[in-house]
Design a protein around this ligand. Structure first.
Ligand SMILES: Nc1ncnc2c1ncn2[C@@H]1O[C@H](COP(=O)(O)OP(=O)(O)OP(=O)(O)O)[C@@H](O)[C@H]1O
Length: 306
């Protein structure tokens, strides 16, 4: 559907996006993941035609020609609304800006409000909308010219849990009929809504594929522990065991990545017991997407120092 070929974007001699290549297939919901400053917004803006790449091309697949923007709807990270308008007035106004006839604009506004699930609030001022409703209106606005690809920049990151659920449900519905590429730095959202992920770090794509493929490639056994007191001190002691490949601390828990989980479990429990470490939590499991994210980001951070 859309192909990015060796795209680079340079600002003030710094590469915000570094030679990225990927293909967006029809009917897929793809999460563009990465920490702050990874290059997600810049990539989306270049696909949307709002920013020119310094080098490389964004192309319609299968030799398609014409203005790529006709095929793309874009929801910016911070959408701007005229808060004094009603939802219906706003969509009508946006449709008119897209040179759609008055009559067609009215019809389209009604249809889209219904499609994104805010028809009941169509005559309410946007200033009275919740965060989730505003994002739904923003998505409706992005769909005004009936695009086949929707680019959503951080559509749920700024929302409370109710708004987040609301918009994730809408995305779940939209992915039945459109191709979706959305950016997020929240891993749970990527795990929940997407078929595929593209993980960006410092302007480069460092991992990609279906969630299953990516998980399979990186999944290793891990043991999660929490103690009363200084977690760093326990982490240091645990690292000395030969079966430990590496450790990290996330959300007050020590994650211990191991080669032989059965041996590790027995030895660690015995040691904790013998030394009377004040154990609060112990769990045997496997790595999550969050662990992969941390690992990739840390590995690349280390590369930078070499
Ligand atoms: N217009 C600009 N001028 C100069 N530098 C820019 C510009 N836009 C982005 N950058 C820089 O490019 C890099 C990538 O920014 P970008 O906004 O694409 O990242 P992001 O992954 O979307 O981050 P966030 O999650 O914080 O939105 C950052 O270092 C940023 O400071």
């Amino acid at each position: 559907m859309i192909t990015l070929k060796n795209i680079t974007k340079t600002f003030d001699k710094e590469n915000a996006v570094k030679n990225i290549t990927f293909h967006l297939s029809p009917g897929k919901c793809v999460a563009l993941l990465g920490p702050n400053g990874a290059g997600k917004t810049t990539t989306l803006k270049m696909i949307a035609g709002l920013m020119h790449p310094t080098s490389g091309q964004v192309e319609l697949a299968n030799g398609g020609s014409g203005d790529i923007r006709k095929h793309i709807g874009y929801l910016p990270q911070h959408p701007q609304f005229h808060n004094w308008m009603t939802g219906k007035e706003f969509l009508h106004y946006v449709a008119r800006l897209s040179h759609i006839s008055k009559q067609e604009s009215q019809k389209l506004a009604e249809q889209l409000l219904d499609r994104v699930g805010i028809a009941d609030a169509k005559n309410r001022k946007i200033s009275k909308y919740s965060g989730g409703m505003k994002q739904r209106l923003g998505i409706a606005q992005a769909m005004i010219h009936k695009p086949t690809v929707l680019l959503l920049d951080e559509p749920v990151s700024a929302l409370d849990p109710i708004g987040r659920r609301d918009v994730l449900n809408l995305m779940e519905e939209l992915k039945q009929e459109s191709t979706l590429l959305y950016s997020t730095h929240i891993l749970g959202d990527a795990e929940e809504a997407s078929d595929e992920i593209l993980l960006m770090h410092k302007g480069a794509i460092v991992e990609s594929g279906s969630l299953q493929e990516v998980r399979k490639r990186h999944q290793v056994d891990k043991i999660t522990l929490r103690f009363e007191g200084n977690m760093q001190a326990y982490k240091g002691k645990i690292e000395a065991f030969p079966f430990v490949t590496h450790t990290d601390i996330q959300k007050q828990n020590i994650h211990v990545y191991v080669q032989n989980v059965h041996e590790a479990r027995d030895v660690l429990l015995e040691h904790v017991n013998k030394e009377q470490w004040p154990l609060l939590f112990f769990e045997v499991g496997q790595t999550t997407l969050e662990d992969l994210f941390m690992k990739v980001v840390n590995e690349h951070a280390m590369d930078d120092h070499l």
